[in-house]
Design a protein around this ligand. Structure first.
Ligand code: NDP
Length: 328
């Protein structure tokens, strides 16, 4: 059969890690015919818990899981990695300024980028989940000069999936009948979920968007602030849906997006749609199983333009902040 794919997961003992690892090991991410080796990276305080999760993974007797190793050293954990899921990050603490947050995460994502550069497989595919995901991905990519920038991505698939669900609910159709929504910009409150190009059970998404009060006062903020709403309701942050989105992202990258549809991902900007070049920005994208490509030729109206530009500008600001800190 196929040789195993080495998947490195950081923050493996966290909430998202716990929801993610079992799905990877069961074959839901890379396909039911692809064996997987798992490398779990944690900080020293997290190693014992990661070892406990590794015991549970053993106890699932997943036929596709060929081995699990737990590390507290990034070089060792990324050695030979084909897929790297960067989940562990420094959350924003009370009273923490943005610069402090970026600096704390620079201390994580700079050495991880260097470790990926040093030892990951030539075909490595990196997904950054840990926030601020786009800029953490920019830091990692910038510190891996020998790895093509196209190998680094930031997760906006959860925002994309949230947008699909909200559109389906509004239109009273199945989520399976909604295609071609888009997330533009930063995985932050400034993100712009775009329905203007969507196909909603055969009808144009622009019809839903004619109700501007729904679009701008309900849909956009509901998608952008969904994480906070879940924390309020559950008492802890979304973990299973974030893990699900990471599985979806890598699945579509490796196996390709369906014909006639697209998804959203934070990728190295080539300047498409007037975005600054060299930020890690979300666009509507397709994958051919190897590389992501931005969906070209979409007409951007004034409502969308203003919001896309604002979110892209926020990413350019974050880039300036990490540049000033010497992280890129
Ligand atoms: P979670 O597993 O809940 O979250 C991990 C990261 O994912 C956070 O940065 C979080 O950002 C982010 N995230 C992105 N999208 C979402 C979403 N939709 N919902 C929730 N989170 C999202 O955090 P835990 O604290 O449970 O676990 C983190 C683990 O990482 C710990 O075990 C810690 O030891 C480890 N860690 C490992 C490092 C390493 O391997 N080098 C470095 C740092 C930490 P946000 O907080 O903004 O929601």
């Amino acid at each position: 059969g196929k040789s195993p794919v080495t998947v490195t997961v950081t923050g493996a003992a966290g909430q998202i890690g716990y929801a993610l690892l079992f799905r990877i090991a069961s074959g839901q991410m890379l396909g039911a015919d692809t064996p997987v080796r798992l490398n779990l990276l944690e900080i020293p305080q997290g190693v014992a818990a990661a070892e406990g999760t590794a015991m549970e993974l053993d106890d699932c007797a997943f036929p596709l899981l060929t081995g699990i190793d737990v590390y507290d050293d990034a070089r060792a954990a990324f050695d030979g990695a084909n897929v790297a899921l960067l989940v562990g990050a420094r959350p924003r603490g009370p009273g923490m300024e943005r610069a402090d947050l970026l600096e704390a995460n620079g201390g994580i994502f700079k050495p991880q980028g260097e470790a990926i550069n040093a030892g990951a497989a030539d075909d490595v595919r990196v997904l950054v989940v840990g926030n601020p995901a786009n800029t953490n991905a920019l830091i990692a990519a910038s510190n891996a000069p020998d790895v093509p920038k196209s190998r680094f991505t930031a997760m906006t698939r959860l925002d994309h999936n949230r947008a699909l669900a909200q559109v389906a609910r509004r239109a009273g159709v199945s989520v399976a009948d909604v295609r071609r929504v888009s997330i533009w910009g930063n995985h932050s409150a400034s993100q712009y979920p775009d329905v203007f190009h969507a196909d909603v059970a055969g009808r144009p998404g622009a019809e839903l968007a004619e109700d501007r009060a729904w679009l701008l006062d309900e849909f956009v903020p509901t998608v952008a602030k969904r994480g906070a709403a879940i924390i309020d309701a559950r008492g802890s942050s979304s973990a299973a849906s974030a893990a699900n989105a990471a599985v979806d992202h890598v699945h579509d990258w490796v196996l390709g997006t369906p014909d006639g549809d697209w998804t959203s991902a934070g990728i190295w900007s080539d300047g498409s749609y007037g975005a600054p070049e060299g930020i890690m920005a979300s666009f509507p994208v397709t994958s051919d199983g190897q590389e992501w490509s931005v969906v070209q030729g979409l007409e951007i109206n004034d409502v969308s333009r203003e919001r896309i530009d604002a979110s892209m500008a926020e990413l350019a600001d974050e880039r300036e902040a990490v540049r000033a800190l010497g992280l890129i």
